[in-house]
Design a protein around this ligand. Structure first.
Ligand SMILES: [Zn+2]
Length: 206
């Protein structure tokens, strides 16, 4: 791509670093911003900078939050004895949208993936195990996507907590293998949380 301006080229190259954005799309977005009033670009840059600078991770569940403890963990009407283990904030949003879950979450920050070089220590597994071993938890629900990485992660955690007197379950799979939670429709996802099955049963099926 030949650019008539170094400034334009730089902006396009930065935009094209984002996932799913090729150079052509990046150029289209940048040209769109150029046509808008300058403030529009200002709002966009400020929103991104402030998000990056001020965002926090909840001390309890590791969900993305504006405060030290997120709104879900701080909500006294929720049941703190039931913990739903998810990969990231998108899964929390998807499950919250179903209105079927009134416990708390634990956000792992990813899945164990040797191919991508992600090991257990890069995830928040240790703090989850600690939480469960504290004895205040009655049930741990695994709600990771049913991919090899998801299953590996579930099993890794399960092995560490199976000696503790805690119920472990997994969301019932109306969701096709490989589907990410965020793409499952609300009704299906809601149903699969309500009809969750003991984790041991899921192990036998594999
Ligand atoms: Zn939280």
């Amino acid at each position: 791509m030949e650019f008539s301006s170094k400034l334009l080229e730089k902006a396009v190259n930065e935009m094209a670093q984002l996932p799913g954005i090729g150079k052509r799309t990046a150029l289209r977005l940048v040209l769109h911003l150029l046509k808008q009033p300058e403030e529009q670009t200002q709002y966009l840059s400020n929103a991104l900078l402030n998000m990056r600078k001020d965002i926090k991770f909840c001390k309890k569940c590791h969900n993305i939050s504006d405060t030290d403890v997120c709104d879900i963990c701080a909500n006294s009407t929720r049941n703190p004895k039931i913990i739903c283990v998810v990969e990231d904030v998108r899964d929390v949003m998807a499950i919250e949208n179903t209105n079927q879950f009134k416990g708390l979450y634990h956000v792992l920050g990813g899945k164990i993936s040797p191919i991508e070089g992600i090991g257990p220590s890069q995830l928040t597994i240790a703090s989850l195990v600690e939480k469960v071993k504290s004895g205040d938890i009655e049930e741990v629900i695994f709600a990771l996507s049913s991919t090899i990485e998801g299953d590996t992660t579930n099993f890794y955690i399960y092995k560490q907590i199976k000696e503790v007197d805690v119920k472990t379950s997994t969301i019932a799979r109306g969701i096709a293998v490989g589907d990410e939670l965020e793409y499952a429709d609300e009704v299906t996802l809601g149903r699969s949380i309500v009809h969750r099955v003991p984790f041991e049963n899921a192990l036998k099926n594999n």
